[in-house]
Every structure is written in structure tokens, then in C-alpha cells.
Write a protein that binds this ligand. Structure first.
Ligand code: AP5
Ligand code: MG
Ligand code: ZN
Length: 214
């Protein structure tokens, strides 16, 4: 099953993807996670990406499309994938269509997680991500048992560089101007499933599963 998750920063794309991968037997492909890994490794691509990420802007399409193209060729994508945070522009969406055509594959569902902007700042400033396994805790909505330590694997939790309020506002503006038009693009193909992302994590998960018939 091939799924795209669309939603503003903090909507819960990563949280929901991580809860679905085992059941569906497909990988989560987060372009944001891939760029953060490249930043950590200090690769030239990582340096380029970091400059954009720190400003809340998008990484250039050609860079992102190259990375996703390579990733989708890996054998673990044979049964399908959950794309988290890609595509984010119309050009990325069109490039993905071409890629999937070449692979003789297609999208099954575009799950749009809707959350109003005023709920998102608190979600992002309170997020604590695990350095080890990538799990996202939240200081209020999903607090770790021991402060600063991941419940899942015991590694240290950290705050993302782009989770400062000024950068969050820029990311929200970028989402509304560049990414939200994709909802209409995919609506025209009849594959959009809209989810109320303001409910708690489990309720959102149930709604996502129901929307994709899983
Ligand atoms: P990316 O890493 O994709 O960031 P994002 O889109 O801003 O989204 P987030 O990861 O911040 O939020 P999320 O929806 O995954 O929420 P989460 O589940 O963590 O991208 C980062 C940057 O990389 C971009 O700004 C851009 O520069 C670049 N980039 C990436 N992809 C790109 C592309 N395709 N093209 C160009 N540039 C690209 O949840 C957030 C918090 O809320 C957590 O603490 C969680 O515990 C909590 N939470 C989740 N669900 C709920 C709930 N239902 N109720 C209460 N709390 C909840
Ligand atoms: Mg995420
Ligand atoms: Zn962990």
C-alpha cells in the first residue's frame, strides 16, 4: 500500500506513521528525518539542507526529489511505503507521479491530517525527540516516564533546532503557501482522506486506519 501523509508541522505525521509501519509492513520515509541524518553526518547535502531548515524554508526540489528517488528503489519499498513530509510542492508531486509511473506503481491514499495553526506551536515547542530510535515524546501529551529519557529505548531526548517559535511560524507559512495546494491536486484524483488531527493520538490513529481500510 502506497500512502502519503500531508499535514502542517506538528500535525502528527511522524507520530501516526510510526504507529502504522509494523501493521502495514511498509517503511516510513520521512524526508525531514533523512535531511537531519545528513546534517548529523555533515555531508554537503546536509549542510545545504540545514540552511533551509533553520529558516523554516523548503529544501530545493531537485535535492529532495533525488533523495526520494533513490530511497524508493530500495527493496524494503517493494510492499509499499508511507511518505511523511514528501511531496511538499506541486513540482515534487508531479515528479513523484512520474517516478511511480516508471515503477509501474501508484498512490493508494493521501491522508491529510488537519490541525489549526493555534494548536501546533505548543505541540512543537513541547516535542522531545529520541536520539536513538526517533520516537517523539511530548512534555504534556506524551511525557516520558523519566525526564529527558526515551521510554522506548532509554536514549537521550532532544529538541529540534527548528522547533523555536519564530521558525515554527515560518514553517507554518511555508506549509500554507507551498504544500496545502497539493490537497486540491490529489482531491482531483479522488484519493484524499481528511482526518481531524486535533483528537488524541489514538483517536487520530483509529481514524487514519479506518480511512485507508487497514
Ligand atoms: P519535517 O521533519 O517533515 O517537519 P514538519 O513537516 O515541519 O513536521 P514535523 O516533523 O515537525 O511534525 P509532524 O507532523 O511529524 O508531527 P509529530 O508527529 O512529530 O521537515 C523539516 C524540514 O525539512 C522542513 O521545514 C524543510 O526545511 C525540510 N524538508 C523536509 N521534507 C521536505 C520536502 N519534501 N521538500 C522540501 N523540504 C523538506 O508530532 C509533533 C508533536 O506533537 C510530538 O511531540 C507529538 O508527541 C505530539 N503529538 C502528535 N500527535 C498528537 C495528538 N494527536 N495530540 C497531541 N499531541 C500530539
Ligand atoms: Mg515529522
Ligand atoms: Zn528512543
Amino acid at each position: 500500500m502506497n500512502i502519503i501523509l500531508i499535514g502542517p508541522p506538528g500535525a502528527g505525521k511522524g507520530t501516526q506513521a510510526k504507529r502504522m509501519i509494523e501493521r502495514l509492513g511498509v517503511p516510513q520515509i520521512s524526508t525531514g528525518d533523512m535531511f537531519r541524518a545528513a546534517v548529523k553526518e555533515g555531508t554537503p547535502m546536509g549542510l545545504k539542507a540545514k540552511a533551509c531548515m533553520d529558516k523554516g524554508e523548503l529544501v530545493p526540489d531537485d535535492v529532495v526529489i533525488g533523495v526520494v528517488n533513490e530511497r524508493l528503489q530500495k527493496p524494503d519499498c517493494k510492499p509499499g511505503f508511507i511518505l511523511d513530509g514528501f511531496p511538499r510542492t506541486l513540482d515534487q508531486a508531479k515528479a513523484l507521479d512520474e517516478l511511480l509511473d516508471k515503477m509501474r506503481s501508484k498512490l493508494d491514499h493521501v491522508v491529510v491530517i488537519e490541525v489549526p495553526d493555534n494548536n501546533l506551536v505548543g505541540r512543537l515547542t513541547g516535542r522531545r525527540t529520541c536520539r536513538g530510535c526517533g520516537y517523539m515524546h511530548h512534555i504534556t501529551f506524551d511525557p516520558p516516564k523519566k525526564e529527558g529519557i526515551c521510554d522506548k529505548c532509554g536514549s537521550e531526548l532532544y529538541q529540534r533546532d527548528d522547533d523555536q517559535e519564530v521558525t515554527i511560524r515560518e514553517r507554518l507559512a511555508t506549509y500554507h503557501s507551498q504544500t496545502s495546494p497539493l490537497i486540491e491536486y490529489y482531491s482531483n484524483k479522488g484519493i484524499v482522506r481528511k482526518i481531524d488531527g486535533t483528537k488524541n493520538m489514538q483517536e487520530v490513529q483509529d481514524a487514519v486506519k479506518a480511512s485507508i481500510g487497514a
